[in-house]
Design a protein around this ligand. Structure first.
Ligand SMILES: C=C(O[C@@H]1C=C(C(=O)O)C=C[C@H]1O)C(=O)O
Length: 651
C-alpha cells in the first residue's frame, strides 16, 4: 500500500511497515524485469558514448538526468518520500504542493551509495554477463529499480520519526541524542524479529514471482471475507532443478541484497534522521519532550515552539549537504590526516651556495706532508703557449732539461738525513710542482737546542783553568781571539750575502722583463683584401721576408751568441752561489757547534783577569787574601754557557 502524504495521518509504525512490504513486490518485479537483459556494462562506464548535447558521463547517468529532469519539473521531489539521483535539477514548473510537516526538514540523500551498490553488486548477479545492445531497455529497468530501492531505504526517515515519538522510547532517544551516541541509537531502532520476517518474506516472494506459473497447480476459491477470489493448495508439478532453472531471478541474490544493503542502509537513514534532533536536545530540552496534545495526536505540535529546532536542523542540514554525514558521526581519521610523507617537490638547491665557494680553500701553498696540489691546479709556465712559441722561435739551443728526480719518503727524525740531489728551481726545467715536491719532501732543519750543544762541548760545571784567576794560558787566549775574528767575519759575510742575493733578484727581474718583450704579439683580426691588394701585399711580404730574413738571421746569431754568453755567466754565477752556499753552510755548521755567544739582550762583559800586580801586593804574603770570588766566576761561567740569561744588576 502507498501512503498519501498530502493528507495528515498518524505516523504509525505498523502502517509504515505495510508500505515497506508493498515496496518489496515492486523491487522484486523491477529486478526480474532487469534480469531479462545482459549486463551491458558499457552503459555504466563514463565517456564510452558521444552525446551530441556535450554530456560527459555514462549512458545511465544521461538517462537518469533526462528522466529526473522531467520528474523534477512536475515536482516529484517535493514529496518527502522521493529523492533524486541527479544533482542540480530544475525547479518545478508547477506551484509547490503543501505536504503536512511529518518530518523535520532534512537533506539526507544516500542515492550515490545506492547506485554504486546496485551497479557493482546487484546487476552483475541478476543478469547474464555480456552485451546485447539493449542499452535503452536495460537503462529503463535500472532506473525503475533504483527509484524503488531509493524510496524503500529513505522511508527509514518516517520509521525513525515514528519510533522517536513513541512515548515508551522517547526519553531514551532524547538521552542518546544528547550523548550523540550513534551506536546506541542504532541498537534502539533495530528490531531483529521484523528483519528476520522481512528476509523470509523476500525469499518466498522471489521464489513464487520468479518461477514459471504454467507448472503451478492451485485451487481458485471465493474469499469468504470479501467479494474477491483467492488461491489455495498451490503446488508445482515441475521438478526442483527445472523450476530453479526457469526462475526469472535468483532468490539468493534478492535476499542477500536486502540482508547486506537494503536493511543496513534503511537503518543508516533512520539513525541520521534521529541525529538531526541532537541540536534541539542540546539547546532546548523542553522542545524535545512533546507536550500532550489537547486534541489528540494530530495537533500535538501546535503547543511547541520549534524555532530552535529549525535553527539546529539548518546547521545539521548544512553539514549533511557539505559532507553527506554529520561531522560528529565521522571518525577522527576521516576528518584529520597527518602529512608524514616527504614533499618531493622540494628539490635540493642545485646551485652551489655562495658561502661554500667562499669557504673552499684555493690556496696553492702545499703544507709539507699534506696531499700535494695536483699539477693541473698549479700554473706551469713551461707548458704555456707563449713560452712554447718563444722556445720555437729561438731555436733548439735551449739548455737541456735536467732529469726530474723523485726522492723516496723518509723519516724526518732519523739521524742521517738522505742526500737530496740539488735541482734547479727554474720552472722551465723541472716544473714548478717538482720544486714544490722537493721542498715539501726536504728534511726540515731541526734546530739543535743550545742545551744539547752545551752537553756536546762544555762540561756542566766549568772548572777554572789552573791559574785562571790570574793569567789565562796563551793558547787559550789566542783561541778566544780567533773565535772573535771568525764571528766578526761571519757577520760581515752574512751582510755581503744579503747584498748579493738582492742584486741577483734584481737581475732576475730584468731578464723576466726582457722575456715579456720577446713574447709574440697578439693576433690582429684579418680584413678581406682584393686580388690586387693581395698581389701587392705578396710582393711586399717577399721583400720584407728577404730583409726580415737577413735581420732575423743576424738577430738569431746575436741571440745565440748571447745565449752562450748568458749560459756561461749563469753557470759561473750558479757555481759561485753554490760555493758561497757551501761556505755559508760550513760556517753555520761550525758556528752551530760553538756555544751561543749570548742569550737575552745583554752581552757578558769580558772580565779582566783578577790578579794583583806586584806593587799592589803589600804586607806579608800570609795576610794576602784570595782575589775574586769563585761564586761570581761560576755565575759568569753559567751565563757564558747560556745556562742563565745575563742581566744588568739593578742597583
Ligand atoms: C524498518 C524498521 O526498522 C529497522 C529496519 C528494518 C528494515 O529495513 O526492514 C526492519 C526492522 C528494523 O531493524 C522497522 O522496525 O520496521
Amino acid at each position: 500500500m502507498s501512503l498519501n502524504l498530502l493528507k495528515e495521518f498518524d505516523i504509525d509504525l505498523e502502517l509504515l511497515r505495510t508500505v515497506l512490504i508493498r515496496l518489496e513486490d515492486t523491487i522484486i518485479f523491477c529486478l526480474a524485469e532487469r534480469a531479462q537483459f545482459m549486463t551491458n556494462d558499457v552503459i555504466y562506464q563514463p565517456n564510452k558514448m558521444e552525446f551530441k548535447d556535450g554530456f560527459s558521463g555514462s549512458f545511465l547517468d544521461w538517462f537518469l538526468q533526462e528522466v529526473e529532469t522531467v520528474h523534477a519539473k512536475v515536482r516529484r521531489y517535493n514529496s518527502p518520500d522521493e529523492y533524486p539521483f541527479t544533482k542540480n535539477l530544475p525547479a518545478p514548473i508547477l506551484s509547490d504542493l503543501e505536504y503536512p510537516k511529518l518530518l523535520v526538514k532534512n537533506e539526507i540523500n544516500i542515492n550515490d551509495e545506492i547506485k554504486k551498490i546496485y551497479i557493482e553488486k546487484v546487476v552483475q548477479k541478476i543478469s547474464e554477463h555480456g552485451d546485447d545492445s539493449n542499452y535503452g531497455s536495460a537503462a529503463t529497468r535500472d532506473i525503475e529499480c533504483l527509484q524503488a530501492l531509493s524510496r524503500r531505504i529513505h522511508y527509514g526517515k518516517f520509521v525513525a520519526e515514528s519510533k522517536f515519538r513513541d512515548p515508551k522510547y522517547h526519553d531514551e532517544y532524547v538521552r542518546l541524542i544528547k550523548e550523540q551516541n550513534g551506536p546506541a541509537i542504532d541498537k534502539l531502532l533495530t528490531n531483529e524479529l521484523v528483519e528476520k520476517k522481512v528476509l523470509e518474506r523476500i525469499r518466498k516472494k522471489t521464489l513464487i514471482y520468479g518461477q514459471d506459473f504454467d507448472s503451478l497447480t492451485f485451487e481458485i476459491v471465493q474469499d469468504p471475507n470479501s467479494s474477491g477470489l483467492v488461491c489455495t493448495d498451490i503446488s508445482s508439478s515441475a521438478n526442483i532443478s527445472e523450476s530453479a532453472k526457469k526462475s526469472k531471478i535468483d532468490s539468493d541474490v534478492v535476499v542477500e541484497l536486502y540482508r547486506d544493503h537494503v536493511i543496513p542502509l534503511t537503518k543508516f537513514v533512520e539513525v541520521h534522521h534521529k541525529n538531526i534532533y541532537k541540536m534541539s536536545a542540546k539547546t532546548n530540552p523542553s522542545a524535545t519532550k512533546p507536550k500532550p496534545s489537547r486534541k489528540g495526536k494530530q495537533n500535538w505540535r501546535k503547543n511547541i515552539d520549534l524555532s530552535e529546532v529549525e535553527q539546529a536542523l539548518d546547521e545539521n542540514r548544512q553539514e549533511l549537504i557539505n559532507s553527506g554525514v554529520l561531522i560528529k558521526d565521522q571518525k577522527d581519521d576521516s576528518l584529520f590526516s597527518l602529512d608524514v610523507l616527504p614533499d618531493n617537490n622540494i628539490k635540493a638547491p642545485k646551485k652551489k651556495l655562495y658561502i661554500d665557494t667562499v669557504l673552499t680553500s684555493t690556496s696553492k701553498i702545499v703544507v709539507p706532508g699534506k696531499q700535494l696540489v695536483t699539477k693541473k691546479a698549479l700554473y706551469d709556465p713551461a707548458k704555456s703557449k707563449q713560452v712554447q712559441a718563444m722556445i720555437k722561435k729561438l731555436g733548439s739551443n735551449q739548455p737541456k732539461k735536467e732529469k726530474r728526480v723523485r726522492v723516496e719518503k723518509f723519516d724526518i727524525w732519523s739521524e742521517s738525513a738522505p742526500t737530496i740531489p740539488r735541482i734547479s728551481l727554474n720552472p722551465n726545467q723541472n716544473g714548478f710542482s717538482d720544486a714544490v715536491f722537493l721542498y715539501s719532501k726536504k728534511k726540515p732543519r731541526v734546530p739543535q737546542s743550545s742545551i744539547e750543544l752545551r752537553k756536546l762541548i762544555t762540561p756542566a760545571v766549568e772548572l777554572p783553568d789552573p791559574g785562571m784567576s790570574y793569567i789565562p794560558r796563551e793558547e787559550d787566549r789566542q783561541l778566544i781571539e780567533r773565535a772573535e775574528i771568525i764571528a766578526s767575519e761571519m757577520d760581515k759575510n752574512v751582510e755581503d750575502d744579503k747584498t748579493v742575493v738582492d742584486s741577483d733578484e734584481e737581475n732576475d727581474e730584468e731578464t723576466d722583463g726582457d722575456n715579456d718583450k720577446d713574447l709574440p704579439p697578439k693576433k690582429k683580426p684579418t680584413i678581406r683584401k682584393t686580388s690586387a691588394q693581395r698581389r701587392k701585399q705578396d710582393r711586399l711580404n717577399k721583400k720584407l721576408k728577404t730583409i726580415a730574413g737577413r735581420k732575423a738571421r743576424k738577430l738569431k746569431a746575436l741571440q745565440i751568441r748571447r745565449i752562450n754568453k748568458l749560459k756561461t755567466e749563469l753557470e759561473q754565477e750558479m757555481e759561485d752561489k753554490e760555493n758561497a752556499r757551501k761556505l755559508k753552510l760550513e760556517i753555520l755548521q761550525k758556528k752551530s757547534l760553538l756555544p751561543k755567544t749570548k742569550i737575552g739582550k745583554y752581552r757578558i762583559k769580558p772580565v779582566d783577569a783578577v790578579v794583583k800586580l806586584g806593587n799592589e801586593v803589600t804586607g806579608s804574603l800570609r795576610t794576602l787574601e784570595t782575589e775574586g770570588s769563585l761564586l761570581a766566576e761560576s755565575f759568569v761561567g753559567m751565563q757564558r754557557r747560556n745556562l742563565i740569561e745575563p742581566r744588568i744588576p739593578v742597583t
